[in-house]
Design a protein around this ligand. Structure first.
Ligand code: FSO
Ligand code: SF4
Length: 541
């Protein structure tokens, strides 16, 4: 196996087993899935050029890409099923094209676009082992940008999937997905073609995050600033981890009157800010820290636990029997639920002891763009009066590496006349600290999940409008932490918008070659994080 798609990759690429727990058979099956999807895209893109598209194929691409995101699916059998479906989708896409074309394709058909035998899982593992990420026939810089594009696509596929679950989709996303995946098979394209496609990937992720924002806010209202309880309520308990708000809503509906309280974990924290979700009195609070602490924290959760998206870790035996996965998340031997019947989770929670009443500290969430722009006048006045000197967006993913203490230290050292905006799970490095306020404006504003980078962009654009300047001229700095492929998608969006001077850590991606890095430094002045003190000094002059 070879995989270098996430930040915790071992020595430039996981080759024996994934640091995340991914086994070689799962890695090979994921490689075969991506290879097959390139083949589907080859035909689907050509069919689209003839005006024909297919909803089943389009939606399958989201499932396939999201499944291969870090910490989503660790089940060889489940991924093998997807590879078999991919084989059928490839045939379907070719048939659609040939029908539209009035006959067979006249050009050369790349290996990925040719038929393959959807055999046993073991056979598919063998096949996948031949279609890994490493490919010496491709120029390393081209390969680097191709992988950036594929990881960006995986990232937005997750967001598009959440939006689709709520009922919204956008054909532009599908058209780009087919075009860009097919492009990775086209040997006539050069580095700058792929750089262009990478920037377009950033635009498509913006379109997708906007779609998801619409899906979430149409369904549950715009988030409002909301205190979230970190203590516990007496009663049985279910913990929900992940990003999917629709799934949480269904669980909340089904637990009304059951005596079971629902707690959020990780990226579910911002759910408390949505009027349509916070109205449930048994949405009791937030439990634990960021995803990488789950194995040690879940032991202490006396109820059922359900994951609806990444990031799942190898479950400890102490809680495996009360753990459930839902949607595309899977772990071998962990009970999986599809659809919206949560009676098994509720039954499990009722068998378990639950919590005692133990109120704790409260933290704030719910500062989406609607809430922040609702007090924009106050914020703008505070900037003009010199009460707010600078904004720092300290956001992104958390992870286990020790270098991530930088983000805690940075937040702690931000001067008292500056405001911190945050999003995604990286916030757990500092969101339980007290930052106080500036004239009633909290110094720490939790914008939401990683996909709420959309909201952060809306805030930045509105501020730039108010100050009659570009976003790069605002007193705003972005200090980002990355872990998996959604962060790649968001980074591409920021680059597509022309945002400069981003500081990125805790380490730079293994899939970026020195030449590609130089390109990013020269054009966007991206810099790796240094020390909290040094970076602050440099930014604030
Ligand atoms: Fe974190 Fe995991 Fe939201 Fe990611 S929980 S690391 S970027 O999946 O998606 O922030
Ligand atoms: Fe390694 Fe990350 Fe790939 Fe897992 S997802 S195998 S940790 S690079």
């Amino acid at each position: 196996m070879f995989c270098y798609q996430c930040e915790q990759t071992a020595n430039g690429g996981c080759s024996r087993v994934g640091v995340c727990g991914k086994q070689p058979d799962v890695a090979a099956l994921q490689d075969q899935l991506v290879f097959a999807m390139k083949g589907i895209a080859f035909w689907a893109d050509k069919a689209r050029q003839k005006g024909i598209k297919d909803q089943e194929i389009d939606r399958f691409m989201l499932d396939g890409l999201f499944t291969t995101v870090t910490n989503v699916d660790f089940s060889a059998e489940e991924i093998a099923k997807l590879v078999r479906t991919a084989a059928q989708m490839r045939v379907k896409a070719q048939n659609i094209f040939e029908k539209a074309n009035g006959g067979a394709y006249g050009g050369a058909v790349p290996a990925a676009a040719q038929a393959f035998n959807p055999g046993t899982t073991a056979e598919l593992v063998t096949l996948g082992a031949q279609h890994g990420v490493k490919d010496d026939s491709i120029d390393p810089d081209v390969k680097s940008v191709q992988e950036i594009i594929i990881y960006g696509m995986k990232g937005y596929a997750a967001y598009a999937h959440h939006a689709l679950v709520i009922g919204l989709e956008n054909d532009e996303i599908y058209a780009y997905t087919h075009k860009a995946l097919a492009a990775t098979l086209d040997k006539s394209l050069g580095l700058m073609d792929f750089v262009g496609l990478a920037m377009e990937c950033g635009r498509i992720n913006l379109v997708t995050m906007e779609l998801l924002n619409k899906a979430n806010t149409d369904s549950f209202g715009h988030p409002v600033p909301t205190p979230v309880q970190l203590g516990t309520k007496a009663g049985k308990a279910i913990l929900v981890s992940g990003h999917d708000l629709r799934m949480l809503e269904e669980l909340l509906k089904q637990t009304v009157g059951t005596g079971v309280n629902v707690y959020t974990h990780g990226e579910m924290l911002p759910a408390h800010g949505y009027p349509g979700l916070k109205k449930y009195a048994h949405l009791a609070g937030n439990f634990g820290g960021a995803w990488q602490d789950q194995a040690k924290e879940f032991v202490n959760f006396p109820g059922a636990i359900i994951f609806n998206t990444n990031c799942i870790q190898r479950p400890a035996d102490s809680y495996k029997d009360r753990l459930f996965t839902w949607g595309l998340v899977q772990w071998p031997d962990v009970k999986h639920l599809d659809g919206y019947d949560f009676s098994a989770v509720i039954r499990k929670a009722q068998e378990l002891p639950g919590f005692e009443e133990n109120p704790g500290k409260e933290i704030l969430t719910g500062f989406g763009h609607n809430a922040v722009l609702g007090v924009a006048d106050k914020v703008i006045d505070a900037v003009k009066a010199g009460q707010i000197r600078h904004f720092f967006l300290i956001g992104g993913c958390d992870g286990a590496k020790s270098g991530r203490n930088y983000y805690t230290e940075f937040a702690e050292k931000v001067p008292k006349d500056c405001v911190i905006l945050t999003l995604a799970c990286g916030k757990y490095r500092f969101n339980k600290l007290d930052f106080g306020d500036i004239g009633g404006i909290p110094r720490l504003l939790d914008i939401g999940q990683c996909n709420d980078a959309y909201s952060a962009i809306q805030i930045a654009v509105a501020l730039a409008g108010a100050f009659n300047c570009g976003v790069n001229d605002l007193p705003l700095s972005m200090i980002l932490s990355w872990y998996e492929q959604k962060a790649v998608a968001i980074l591409l969006t920021l680059l597509h918008l022309g945002i400069k001077n981003i500081k990125l850590g805790p380490s730079l991606p293994a899939f970026i070659t020195p030449n590609v890095l130089n390109f990013l430094v020269e054009n966007f002045n991206i810099a790796p994080i240094g020390t909290a003190e040094g970076d602050l000094k440099q930014i604030l002059g």
